[in-house]
Design a protein around this ligand. Structure first.
Ligand SMILES: [Zn+2]
Length: 511
């Protein structure tokens, strides 16, 4: 099917004044109060699916419980509520997906799960990255997922459904279904059903684009990018072919990344998602996956390119806005793979360090580190204990003697799945078997040298509640000018407002 043409995306007309912003309160005495110092750059980093316990478990694993990940050394901390809303309403839906959550912080509006840069009523909303770009900031979007995946997509595209990634249009991927199972009519604004890859390649919203997802793009996308002045790393394929393959496309490599020097650069380092770090570590040196950069490599390079560019244009007075996503924390949590999940939290934290190091030297950079939602109900249980799904009966009620506390839930069988409540949309085969939810164990630096991962002697015992997202609040850490604004319990839509104020020095107008 012929793809639909893309119109130039324009920032929506803005009307009405926004109510005065909420006062931010710091939880702790400000240690690095740089209010009044002017902000030039905002670097927003998120670990997809990274809940509070993901951070704690990675700290235990790599530094011991008394240590700290880099993100935990940022001076301001808070929490973020992540819920979505049901489509066509303002009714909260307690557990969000990445699309709805990313749209919340990129546009300031709550929307339905699967929505990219549109509100609950399918209306296109301007994103912070588009607004930053239009105001003269340099912009960057970096992810270890396909760059067309929901989290990066919500800053630089607009789609009714996150699955509309490309390379080609299909009703199934791009058009929502009505309750009767038929597709909604195509919207008047065809952008909203244009494959995300095609939008990214034509709208010029991000000057620097690093991630995976080359298979979503086609040779005409490469031409469109080059026509706008992008340096394209690798090659998007052979225009003579009807469809691209691993043989016709050339992924970008770490060596290409190191050499990149354009004002606008796109590098896609895998045809799908980037390879998880632990899987990469076990491969021979000449394996193609070993040529992929780490998230920290991409962070350092994107910061260097964007800050260089502003150096060259000194006098214009604008800095950059950069989003960096560690995507595989979520993907590995869906699979209940604790070892790779922890490895990806560490890889994300290394990227945080790259941003933090730059910000400390620069003095005019706000760094924000957070997540879009928690994934899988990750938790640390007491050494030697087991989960309720493994137990033959509910935990004994130690308060049974107290008549006020004597209610004990009952369960017919151990490990049984309640089919009226559990659809198991992400849980795979075996999810009904309680044995598959036994604790995963890991050594910490405080354990004796001969204690091995996976042994009962290891002190870090980890479990999962499910293979899906949860509605838990996520942590947020901030550093730099206006960092104290994030030291609060806040909604994910407020992140948009606060970042907008940080970049533009005034409150956003209501969409
Ligand atoms: Zn997820």
């Amino acid at each position: 099917m012929r793809r639909r043409p893309v119109k130039t995306l324009t920032v929506l007309a803005l009307a009405g004044a926004m109510a005065a912003g909420s006062a931010a309160t710091a939880n702790s005495a400000p240690q690095n109060d740089e209010r009044g110092k002017d902000i030039r750059n905002v670097i927003y980093l998120l670990g997809d699916g990274m809940g509070r316990t993901h951070v704690t478990a990675a700290r235990d694993r790599y530094y011991g419980p008394g240590g700290k990940l880099t993100m935990e050394t940022l001076p301001y901390t808070g929490a973020v509520a992540t819920y979505a809303v049901e489509k066509g309403t303002a009714k909260p839906s307690l557990v969000t997906d990445s699309a709805s959550s990313a749209t919340a912080w990129s546009t300031g509006v709550k929307t339905y799960n699967a929505a990219i840069g549109v509100d609950s009523y399918e209306k296109k909303v301007a994103t912070l990255m588009e607004q930053a770009k239009a105001a003269g900031f340099a912009t960057g979007n970096v992810s270890t997922a396909e760059i067309t995946d929901a989290t990066p997509a919500a800053q630089f595209s607009h789609a009714l459904l996150r699955g509309c990634q490309g390379p080609v249009y299909s009703d199934a991927a791009c058009l929502p279904k009505k309750e009767d199972g038929t597709y909604e009519a195509a919207p008047a604004d065809k952008t909203l059903i244009t494959p995300i890859a095609e939008q990214i390649a034509r709208n010029g919203t991000a000057d620097v684009v690093f991630g995976g997802g080359l298979a979503r793009f086609e040779p005409d996308d490469q031409k469109a990018l080059q026509a706008q002045g992008y340096q394209v790393l690798g090659n998007f394929g052979d225009a003579a072919l009807p469809a691209q393959t691993a043989a016709s496309q050339k992924v970008a490599t770490k060596a290409d990344l190191d050499k990149a020097n354009g004002k606008k650069v796109i590098g896609l380092f895998n045809r799908g998602n980037l390879t998880v770090e632990q899987a990469k570590a076990g491969l021979p040196a000449d394996a193609p996956q070993k040529q992929e950069p780490t998230l920290a490599d991409m962070a350092r390079k994107s910061i260097a390119l964007l800050s260089d560019r502003k150096q060259q244009e000194r006098g214009k007075g604008k800095g950059f806005f950069l989003q960096i996503e560690g995507a595989q924390i979520d993907k590995r949590s869906h699979a209940n793979d604790a070892a790779q999940t922890l490895g990806e939290v560490k890889a994300f934290d290394d990227a945080v360090k790259a941003a933090y190091d730059f910000a400390k030297k620069d003095g005019h950079t706000l760094v924000i580190v957070t997540a879009d939602h928690e994934c899988a109900g990750f938790n640390i249980i007491e050494h030697g204990t087991y989960t309720n799904s493994e137990a033959v009966a509910p935990p004994a009620n130690t308060d049974a003697g107290n008549p006020a506390n004597n209610s004990t839930p009952s369960r017919a069988t151990s490990g049984a799945k309640d089919t009226t409540r559990s659809t198991g949309i992400v849980n795979g085969a075996g999810s009904g078997d309680a044995k598959n939810f036994a604790p995963a164990t890991f050594r910490t630096p405080d354990d004796a040298p001969d204690v091995k991962d996976g042994s009962p002697e290891a002190s870090l015992w980890l479990t999962y509640l499910s293979g899906n997202h949860t509605g838990a609040d996520v942590p947020i850490f901030a550093y730099g000018p206006n960092g104290s604004a994030f030291a609060a319990s806040q909604n994910n839509t407020e992140l948009y407002t606060k970042m907008y104020r940080s970049l533009f020095g005034r409150s956003p107008q209501h969409h």
